[in-house]
Design a protein around this ligand. Sequence first.
Ligand code: DGJ
Length: 712
Amino acid sequence: MPITFNKKSKIWYLETQNMGYVFGLDNLEKLKNYYWGPKLPRLEDYPTDKDYIVTDRYSWNHEFSTRSENNHVEHCLKVEYFDGVRDVILNYENYINEDNLLIVSLIDAYYGLRVRLFYQLIEEYDIIERWIEVENSSLKPIKIEDIKSASVYLENEKTARLNYLCGMWANEFCLRSEEINEGKKVLESRVGNTGPYLNPYFSIDYEAKEDKGRVYFGLLGWSGNWKIVVQKRIYERIAIVAGINDWDFTYLLEPSQSFITPKLMIGFSNEGFSKASQNLHHYQLDYILPQDKAHKLRKVLYNSWEATTFNVNEENQKQLAQKAAQIGVELFVVDDGWFGKRNSDNAGLGDWYVNPEKFPKGLKPLIDYVKSLGMDFGIWVEPEMVNPDSDLYRNHPDWVINFPNRPRTEQRNQLILNLAREDVKEYIKEFMDKLLTENNIDFIKWDMNRHIFESGWPEVEPNKQREIWVRYVWNLYDIWNYLRKKHPHVTFECCSSGGGRVDLGILRYADQVWTSDNTDPFDRLEIQEGFSYAYAPKIMMAWVTDWGGKDKYPLEYRFHSAMMVSLGIGADLKKFTPDDFAIAKKQVQLYKEIRDIVQEGFQYRLSSVNKERYFAVQYLTKDKNEGVIIYLRNPRRFGLFDRVNIKLKGLEDNYLYGIYEGIKDEEKEIIQLTGKAFKERGFIIEDSYLDFFYNGKSPLFYSRILKVKKID
Ligand code: DGJ
């Protein structure tokens, strides 16, 4: 039984394959948290409120902490009632247990505020989805000032370490780790979307390694302002509260209305970081991504942005398409510049008609040509934005987010349409629907290239204006949902100046994400490594481009870097030599041979790019019959005479495996050993750049892709 309620002790036990999560009613009938950690053999083994050593002494362990009741932990709920009272006193009402879903209902009876706590167990991946619903069952509005999805508590040990992902434009998903000390650490976004600066992911570990030790993690499914607070007091357990950001936020909950928070996914691994991220990856494929395409292989795409920027036209796109088809590309995407008066980022956003100078006969001739080459056709849009120099803005200056009597700050020469407004939402639905109905489009890249500053919404009463932050995101989801339903064959990619909108909220609607505008094949290894802690490789697109110059990175290295995730190409193919074409063709073929393992398999980080002299990632199928190793040198740390010993993971001990290199018809065997031997003693990759040092012969950036196959 995954969810058990002990009527006598009034304790709920939530158990997944390897994790236990326990809370119950104390002697004052208050809901207290008792445990989160490894699953224990018997229910009696879990601590209760009497086990003060484990669950602390003070009023700290509220399963759902409100601003009330001598409770100074970071709160999950703050409201103001009609008479100015701000103390929320919740008492237990009842619970419902449906298969793997538990709903516990609490009520502040005097003021008619009901709170339902939801726990959805994902047993096989040791994950619990947590969210709440707040209902106003009174006759007066209730002002919500803060509403989080959940709180959790973890053991207060000296070794507790917080890990999170931070960055900025072109440098997203950098992993940071630090000791948790007394005080609060706040991870948040205030820019209106998920943001590139921090990602709504955290993990807390206790000296864990890749394949051993306790790792607890959480991810928030929200694409607007969010906040995760990690709080420690000297003797209490570490408290974590996560959800919508309370900064500049209030919400007027009218009588009989409900507010449902985004989900916080919490999970646990007792086998280190690899298992934690593998569980997360497979959970995302099985439960988060739109299920119609979640397990379909991502196509090798070509995107013309870096080759032609805003100078797109029928002629140059056809040229690129013809060359892309030659190397095996399956989806051709025209990026920014095809619409309105869009010749630079100064104008055009908002005017979603095909630019007649660039495409005199509309998009049809190009789309037909791309299809005749056997490829799908995709196109870029940025529907949430408008340039002041556009017909849309001239006709609807009131549609943008703004405070009256204040400047309308521009970023990239653009303003943001107020998606919280229903008329704006309908406008976007309409033009996107028209674009997809009138053109044979298979793929949309949806971009968002700026942050929200002046967050005004002058058309509604002042006490509702701060709802803009959440209504914007709800309407964004509504638009994506509408478009997906109406155009089910279309694949959607989410982009926000690179990886500014990557989270488990948008990933319910987006099939994949563009993770960074930094396409340098070495730089992005750190981005790919950081990303892998939180998100599945299949979700991430990486392009092979011209960054860094041809002499610096061999084409193979560029490909191998991008082949760690879902492969795309963005290089200017017009400049490719016949040799480049031959290499590219081979690499695309190789990717097609291994992509089901990369996109659907189990991913193991064999090293960390900043700490070691190489970055190697292994992938393994579920049945452990086939794998892939992608190896890239890190020349910043490399010695001249290096032989790298690679130890594999996850193979079956007593079976014989072989390692091979090359595309199918040219495969060469490198070595055969048992699974146990590959894991324990490893095998050698000869990797020395002595030759480069003395005569520039072998490349500074060296890489290999090896196939692993079970033999008997
Ligand atoms: C930002 C994106 O990250 C790029 O890939 C590209 O689509 C540009 N926007 C286009 O303006």
